[in-house]
Design a protein around this ligand. Structure first.
Ligand code: SAH
Length: 378
């Protein structure tokens, strides 16, 4: 019988699993707490679980852990973590320190997590897109990014953004299950409203989130309200037009009353004109929203060609002017700080490229890797 990986199971699933082993149901809650609240790395760590039960478990189950293989620290306090999965593939997560100095913000520690190995969407400005797509992450792999990252820091991870590698809506069930586990008060108890899921725009899934009354925050990577221009930047626009998207977000807002965030990278001369400001103002009249302006982070290290290579960041002065015009129309605008750009850990810069030309091999790490010292001061 194949051993079951229990990391990623919800409480009822764990209870059913232990019962299938002839054990009492309460053992399920014990496992839940050891895995998700106390980050046990093996059954041996579960000290108040009887030796007999631990032996039964070892026969039937495994506890799969992501392996931290490297960590890059930015001068701004951001850390990019490279994890190896059990099949040798690799993903990245990014720990982001608080942006502003306010008592509330100072307590914040945000983790940006991945949902897929690579990404199939091929957005023209994103480094992850150049990796192609290998597979979805399991629920356990999504949850374990948080558990393993938390082990590196004394301070509690308070906020999660599903903005790492991959498109969360293409791995919807595992993503939502990971949210259910991480927000459980017997687990890490992360506040649902402290979790943001960012999507390139799967209109059907946005409606589904609304119908399921999901309380997490929704961010939409918009980048242009002009359908033709958005299609040049994001091929997914050919499947869901700007119109479809806006309608799905409108539906989401009316059902949940949650204000969505629109993410908008400013590209010089492409989507930073007066006409773009007007489109946004019209949109904000339809849907109360926030706009998050993201500076374009260079993806030159991926050697872009064609249209991708022509994209340039808008100058800081123009970014401020663009934001000002929106604010004058009473729209809430944030200009996102670029965390970790010096280590290629900023938005859209996550990509794992090996020397091998074969795409599948590019995403895996040849093992064995030297053990990495973990700095407790992190
Ligand atoms: N697939 C999801 C989540 C991953 S991308 C999505 O599209 O939303 C996370 C955010 O980083 C998105 O808003 C994306 O548009 C942005 N991004 C991607 N490449 C970027 C780059 N080079 N510079 C700045 N932001 C980028």
């Amino acid at each position: 019988m194949k051993k079951q990986n229990i990391k990623g199971m919800l409480l009822p699933e764990l209870q059913a699993f232990v019962e299938s082993l002839g054990e009492k149901k309460y053992r399920g809650a014990q496992l839940f707490s050891w895995m998700y609240a106390k980050a046990a790395q093996s059954f041996g760590d579960m000290t108040d679980v009887s030796k007999t039960f631990r032996d039964v478990l070892s026969e039937a189950a495994v506890l799969e852990n992501l392996q931290l293989v490297s960590r890059k620290d930015s001068k701004d306090g951001t850390s990019k973590l490279l994890f190896k999965l059990s099949d040798g593939l690799a993903i990245e997560s990014v720990l982001i320190p608080p942006e502003r100095k306010s008592p509330a913000a100072e307590k914040r520690l945000t983790l940006c997590i991945s949902t897929q190995v690579g990404c199939p969407l091929d957005c023209k400005f994103c480094a992850t897109g150049t990796m192609g797509f290998t597979r979805n992450l399991t629920t356990g792999e999504i949850v374990d990014q948080v558990l393993q990252s938390q082990r590196l820091r004394d301070r509690r991870i308070t906020n999660l953004v599903y903005m790492g590698m991959g498109e969360p809506m293409l791995n919807y069930d595992n993503v939502m299950k990971s949210v259910d586990i991480l927000t459980d008060d017997r687990s890490l108890n992360i506040g649902t409203r402290h979790i943001t899921i960012s999507t390139a725009g799967y209109a059907d899934r946005i409606r589904q989130m609304a119908d399921e009354d999901r309380k997490v925050k929704l961010a939409l990577s918009l980048h242009s309200l002009d359908n033709d221009k958005r299609a040049m930047l994001m091929p997914i626009t050919k499947k869901y037009s700007v119109n479809d998207l806006v309608e799905s977000i409108e539906y989401y807002y009316h059902k949940t009353r949650n204000r969505p965030t629109f993410e908008y990278i400013l590209f010089e001369g492409f989507n930073d004109t007066e006409a773009d400001v007007k489109r946004f103002i019209a949109l904000s009249k339809r849907i109360p929203c926030k706009i998050n302006i993201i500076p374009f982070h260079s993806i030159e290290f991926t050697h872009p060609t064609g249209f991708s290579a022509s994209l340039r960041p808008t100058s800081q002065t123009r970014v401020d002017q663009f934001a000002e015009k929106l604010r004058n129309a009473d729209i809430t605008v944030m200009i996102r700080a670029s965390s970790g750009e010096d280590i290629n850990a900023a938005c859209g810069q996550l990509a794992i490229h090996g020397v091998d030309k074969d795409r599948r091999k590019q995403h895996s790490i040849p093992g064995p890797l030297p053990a990495q010292p973990i700095d407790s001061s992190l």
